[in-house]
Ligand binder design. Sequence first.
Ligand SMILES: Cc1cc2nc3c(=O)[nH]c(=O)nc-3n(C[C@H](O)[C@H](O)[C@H](O)COP(=O)(O)OP(=O)(O)OC[C@H]3O[C@@H](n4cnc5c(N)ncnc54)[C@H](O)[C@@H]3O)c2cc1C
Length: 426
Amino acid sequence: MPLPVDHDVAIIGAGPGGCVAAALLNKAGLRVGIFERTRFPRFVIGESLLPRCNDILDQAGLIDCIKDRAYMVKSGALFVVGDQRRAIHFNEQFTNGWAYTWQMPRADFDNTLAEAVRASGVSLQFENTVTAVETGAVQTLRVQGPDGESRDIRTRFIVDASGYGRVLPRLLDLDEPSGMPLRHALFAHVRGDRRPEEAADGRTWVTVHPEGAWTWIIPFSNGQTSVGIVAEPEMLAAYPTDPKARMRAVIAGDPVAAEFLSEIEFVIEPGEIHGYATAVKSLHGKGFCLVGNATEFLDPIFSSGVTLAMESGARAASLIIRELAGDEVDWATDYSEYMMRGIDTFRTFVEAWYDGSFHTVLFAPNPKDSITRMITSVLAGYVWDMDNPFVREHKRKLPQLARLLTRMQPDSASTVDSKNVRPQNR
Ligand SMILES: Cc1cc2nc3c(=O)[nH]c(=O)nc-3n(C[C@H](O)[C@H](O)[C@H](O)COP(=O)(O)OP(=O)(O)OC[C@H]3O[C@@H](n4cnc5c(N)ncnc54)[C@H](O)[C@@H]3O)c2cc1C
């Protein structure tokens, strides 16, 4: 006789990973409860989606509420390093995927998803913080409500979608040091982005500072722009400690960013994250799994975080539905291996960005259309398309291409001068 529970599935955190999982579990007829520490809307960084997100939003029945918000349509990205520019167009892909997605303030985006999920029948409780867990025949979460009182919630399965809260990694000793070097991010919403008309097409711009930092410029439909800087701590140590002064000083030293952002006004105070990369020993255990940033977060350079959060939320939901229906689920193969395939593809590209080899590929003169399409599909988040050689054999293909291009263009101005503009490789 099954023990009585409050919810079939309890989800920790109402970010995109938690909301996608909740929507799909609820659609399958399961009783879902989300416990969220904050009250939405709340600020969170990660404002640029990849087209793969649209597939998942669609699958979860959440795409119409997002379309209704009239966010900035994102058609691709523009990488600017010194005099070199390379545009990525999501409508020119290898994978038959979405040709666009959105850029938006996450406070509004996450609140829209959370309200849609709640309206569909999910129990969503803000200002409810998960503080302890016990796993066994049923799972128990200790939850502290807004009045400071704690209560126990019994559930058949727990999804940890707590992002940087890292609830189960902390409580169950699953945290592991990330293999990514320590980097620092500084970010704000601003007014006064003076980019030319072409910027109005909603692409993310990425510029590179001569000392190795890079800057993102993400336009919103509300007239504001998200600006963020990622740098190694050694570089930032030479800059002012006040976050606004620091952002202005780094921007002033990057000729491309300075041209467009020298007159910005801050709409929100700059935020900072020191050492954002995370990793875990395991993505699942008996009666629970981790999704989104509670698993592994690599780096913001290719805007992959929300895509990975949504993909893992959707994948976890499909397996939980089977498990709670009595099927035997192979979590190691069908969840961990599947997710790590996508994460590892991005890892190869992120590492190639920081060691400079991706710049060689990006700025190659006369790039071959078929290869550009394959790389664009990776950058669009289609990192589970095993027909794409740059997914299937990412570890071999990307360095091989960079080496070939370097040999073909040894003295070309189009290969990046590693002394001047390549982000520092450690
Ligand atoms: C500098 C930087 C820039 C980035 N830029 C991008 C980008 O452009 N595009 C992109 O896709 N990604 C980006 N990311 C990554 C992105 O922010 C995350 O990958 C994404 O937000 C993860 O979603 P999530 O649902 O896993 O977690 P989150 O969105 O972080 O949601 C987790 C939720 O859990 C709640 N929570 C935490 N602890 C508890 C608790 N104890 N009890 C209950 N609730 C709890 C939190 O309040 C939060 O609402 C960036 C990251 C960084 C660091």
